[in-house]
Ligand binder design. Structure first.
Ligand SMILES: Nc1ncnc2c1ncn2[C@@H]1O[C@H](COP(=O)(O)OP(=O)(O)O)[C@@H](O)[C@H]1O
Ligand SMILES: [Mg+2]
Length: 381
C-alpha cells in the first residue's frame, strides 16, 4: 500500500515525497484528529506556510471562519458514524493563507487505512480563478440584462423624452427667432429666416429619427433563437433571486426544463419576466413579511402553447384601474413611468402570445395578482 510506506520504509518515503511534490494539486495527509502528517510542495505554495510550520499542526489553521470550527466536527462525526460527508465527496470551503488572506478552495478527502489507524488524504484545488471567471460572466450577464431592463422600464421613455426635448426646443427657438426677424425687418432678414427654416427641418427630422429608433426597439427587430423557457429564465434567475432577497421576499420557482422549445428573442422575453417580477415586488411593499412571496411557474397550457406566470401577494389592482394598467404611462406609483406593461404586452404580442392578469381571489382584489403570458411553441418543420 503506497500511503502506508512512509512510516515503514525511509527510502520509499523519500521517493513518495518527491512524487507528491511533483503533483500539481495540493495534497495534505492528516490523522483522525486533523493533525497534518504530510504535505506536498503545491500545498506549501498555496497556503504560504513552510513544511515545518505545517507538519503536526491542525488542518483548521488552513481554513477560515465557519469552516475552521466545523472541520473538527466533520472528522469527529465521520469517526463516529462513518457517514460520508466530505470524505470521498469533496466540499468547497474558505481557505486561509499564512498572511491571513482567504480564498475559495475545493477539498476532496480520501480515507487511507494504515494498520490500526486511519489517515485522510486531502486534495486541494484553489478555486480563485474559477470563481473570478464565474463572477465576471455573471456580472456581465447581469449588466446586460440590467441595461435592457432599465431601458424597458421607462428609462427608455425618459430617454426618449429627453432626446425629443432637444430638437423640439431648438425648433421652438428657431421659429421664435424667425418670427422676430420677420416682424422687425422682413426684407433684410429673409436669408436668415430661410436658414432658420432649414434648421427647423433638420431638427424635425432628428425628432422623427428618435421616434423611429424607439419604435424599432418596441416593435420587432428581434433576434430570435430556438430555446426553452427554462434556459431563458436561468440566465436571469440569479438577478431575480437577488432582487427578491433584497426585498425580503421568498421566491418560489417551478420551471420544468422539459417544456417544448420556443422561438423567441431571449433578451426581450427576459425583459418581460423581469418587468413582471419588478411589478410584483413593488406591489408587496406593504405586505406583511410572512406573506411576501412570489411564485413563478411555467407550464404547457395547450398542445402548442406554454404559459409563464408570476404570482404575488401584493396589494392587487383596484377594479377601476383594471382596464388601464396596460396603457402607456398609466402608473399608480409616485416614481413609476407606466411603460412596463405596455412594452411587455407589445413584446409578447410580437412573439405571437398574449399578456394578461387575473386576481388571485376574484372576490378580493387585495389578495394579489397573477400576471401571465403565453408563447407559441416552436412548430417542427
Ligand atoms: N403585480 C401587480 N400588482 C398590483 N398592481 C400592478 C401589478 N403590476 C402592475 N400593476 C399596476 O399597473 C401599473 C402599471 O404598471 P407598469 O406598466 O409596469 O408601470 P409602472 O410599474 O412604472 O407603474 C402599476 O403602476 C400598478 O398600478
Ligand atoms: Mg412596472
Amino acid at each position: 500500500m503506497l500511503m502506508a510506506s512512509p512510516d515503514t520504509n525511509p527510502s520509499a518515503a523519500v521517493k513518495l515525497d518527491s512524487v507528491l511534490d511533483a503533483m500539481v494539486e495540493a495534497m495534505i495527509v492528516i490523522d483522525n484528529q486533523g493533525n497534518i502528517k504530510q504535505v506536498n510542495k503545491s500545498a506549501i505554495g498555496m497556503f504560504g506556510f513552510s513544511r515545518p510550520e505545517l507538519l503536526g499542526s491542525n488542518i483548521s489553521m488552513l481554513m477560515s471562519g465557519a469552516d475552521k470550527a466545523r472541520h473538527g466536527d466533520y472528522l469527529d462525526r465521520y469517526e463516529q458514524t462513518r457517514r460520508k460527508r466530505i470524505i470521498g465527496v469533496g466540499r468547497e470551503v474558505v481557505g486561509a493563507r499564512k498572511d491571513g488572506s482567504t480564498f475559495p478552495i475545493h477539498i476532496a478527502v480520501g480515507e487511507v487505512q494504515m494498520g490500526d489507524t486511519v489517515q485522510y488524504v486531502g486534495l486541494i484545488r484553489d478555486l480563485t480563478e474559477q470563481r473570478q471567471a464565474e463572477e465576471a460572466s455573471l456580472k456581465q450577464r447581469e449588466e446586460m440584462v440590467n441595461v435592457s431592463r432599465l431601458s424597458t422600464m421607462g428609462e427608455m421613455a425618459a430617454a426618449m423624452a429627453h432626446e425629443l426635448n432637444q430638437p423640439l426646443t431648438a425648433i421652438a427657438n428657431f421659429a421664435a427667432a424667425s418670427q422676430r426677424l420677420l416682424e422687425t425687418n422682413p426684407d433684410d432678414n429673409l436669408a436668415a429666416v430661410l436658414e432658420a427654416l432649414t434648421d427647423i427641418q433638420d431638427q424635425a427630422h432628428r425628432a422623427g429619427e428618435v421616434i423611429r429608433r424607439t419604435r424599432a426597439f418596441t416593435h420587432g427587430d428581434t433576434e430570435k433563437s430556438t430555446t426553452t423557457v427554462a434556459t431563458i429564465f436561468s440566465q436571469i434567475a440569479s438577478l431575480a433571486r437577488m432582487d427578491s432577497k433584497a426585498n425580503n421576499i421568498r421566491l418560489d420557482t417551478d420551471i420544468p426544463s422539459d417544456l417544448p422549445e420556443v422561438d423567441v428573442d431571449p433578451v426581450q422575453i427576459q425583459q418581460v419576466m423581469l418587468n413582471l417580477m419588478r411589478n410584483a415586488v413593488d406591489a408587496m411593499r406593504n405586505t406583511p413579511p410572512e406573506q411576501r412571496e412570489i411564485s413563478i411557474c411555467a407550464k404547457r397550457t395547450a398542445p402548442h402553447e406554454i404559459r409563464f406566470e408570476v404570482r404575488d401577494h401584493g396589494a392587487g389592482i383596484k377594479p377601476e384601474d383594471a382596464e388601464s394598467v396596460f396603457n402607456a404611462f398609466f402608473t399608480t406609483k409616485s416614481s413609476g413611468m407606466g411603460m412596463g406593461l405596455a412594452i411587455c404586452r407589445t413584446i409578447v404580442r410580437n412573439h405571437g402570445g398574449e399578456l394578461r392578469f387575473r386576481y388571485n381571489d376574484s372576490r378580493n382584489p387585495g389578495a394579489g395578482m397573477t400576471f401571465f403570458f403565453t408563447l407559441p411553441t416552436k412548430v417542427k418543420a
